[in-house]
Design a protein. Sequence first.
Length: 131
Amino acid sequence: MFALLALNLLVGGVLAYLAGVAGLAETRRLRQVGVTASALVARRASGADGPGRPLLQFATREGLVMEVLSPVGPSRAQPLTAGREVLVRYDPADPRQVLVQGRERTAIEYGFMAAGAVIVLTALTLAALAA
């Protein structure tokens, strides 16, 4: 019984940890290779699912106009109101991959890593008790 629970916790903990690592790696990659552009915050279409994340409109250095869903939602401290301009970093190879500067939310990624580590340690403890 404990062994099966420990295995499930171990798999879940490893996945949570890897999700945090992947998120931090993507943020770091966009910081290094990304191109800075000024983006206009636009409203989503009226048929969109609730208030959620707004659209960001920006032009690439090649002159291509992009409209992408913001990777982060608005907050009370930093609302993303329509008409406001924000700085983004986009991947020149795939301009749909953007990072809103100053809103990287790395704390969430570190949270996934910490939670994953705690779950893995719990799973290892349970496995030791089951043996």
